[in-house]
Design a protein around this ligand. Structure first.
Ligand code: UP5
Ligand code: MG
Length: 216
């Protein structure tokens, strides 16, 4: 009796464990744009690590404001202790409001070894990483899009100097993380240089296939 109760409790907890899709790709590869589309069609919650860091930086009296600000302008990656707390809080808040909302797109994370180690240390037992959605887009297109957006975005890193640094950081630190996941068979690659609609067609194929597997 007790064992069967515990068994069903464990099963319930396992079902509730957040399901995570990491969304990666260079600056301007289309991560945010496609996450918006995925949310509408598949009911995920979109959590952008960059957006959370920008919001934290803008908060009155935050102790990390200056540190985050400098890292973003320099295209450097903020220490994981800061980012993981923000991600965890965002996930917890979402599930506290509605326990059924346990599917997350984590956009722009993990970006380097420090991020990955932090995730494995603090989150690995608490969430299931289903796969990595990788928007593969050439650097020229990425830079062009961010510069165009920079005309009105107000983002402090949408300028030529910051973009050169962001691209370098992406190539040196983030791409190797994507390659690591690829070796585990966890990367779903999409050509991010096509139009928004064309990219979303490919994205839908991936999510439909993944959902198909889960529903078997
Ligand atoms: N656009 C999008 N798709 C298009 C398409 N297919 N065709 C034509 N145009 C397209 O798109 C960028 C622009 O391109 C938009 O104007 C869009 O309309 C157009 P978007 O969807 O915003 O691309 P995205 O990949 O999200 O680009 P973003 O600039 O957000 O990527 P980054 O990875 O550089 O930025 P993020 O906000 O994730 O991080 C910023 C900084 O925060 C980092 O550099 C780092 O300093 C810091 N950070 C950390 O330290 N740790 C983290 O974990 C996360 C961030
Ligand atoms: Mg983005």
């Amino acid at each position: 009796m007790v064992i069967s109760y515990l068994g069903s409790l464990v099963q319930k907890l396992l079902r509730m464990k957040p399901k995570v899709v990491f969304v990666l790709g260079g600056p301007g590869a289309g991560k945010g744009t496609q996450c918006t589309n995925i949310v509408k069609k598949y009911g995920y919650t979109h959590i952008s690590a960059g957006d959370l860091l920008r919001a934290e930086r803008n908060k009155e009296g935050t102790q990390y404001g200056e540190l985050i600000d400098i890292h973003i302008k320099e295209g450097k990656i903020v220490p994981v202790e800061i980012t993981i707390n923000l991600l965890k809080r965002a996930m917890d808040d979402t599930m506290a409001k509605d326990a059924a909302k346990n599917k997350f797109l984590i956009d722009g994370f993990p970006r380097n070894t420090n991020n990955l180690e932090g995730w494995n240390k603090f989150m690995d037992n608490d969430a299931d990483v289903k796969f990595v959605l990788f928007f593969d887009c050439n650097n020229e297109t990425c830079v062009e899009r961010c510069l165009e957006r920079g005309k009105g975005s107000g983002r402090t890193d949408d300028n030529v100097l910051s973009l050169q640094k962001r691209i370098q950081t992406y190539l040196q630190s983030t791409k190797p993380i994507i390659d690591l996941y690829a070796k585990e068979g966890k990367v779903r690659r999409v050509d991010g240089a096509k139009s928004v609609d064309e990219v979303f067609v490919e994205v839908q194929k991936i999510f439909d296939a993944e959902n198909g597997i889960e529903n078997v």
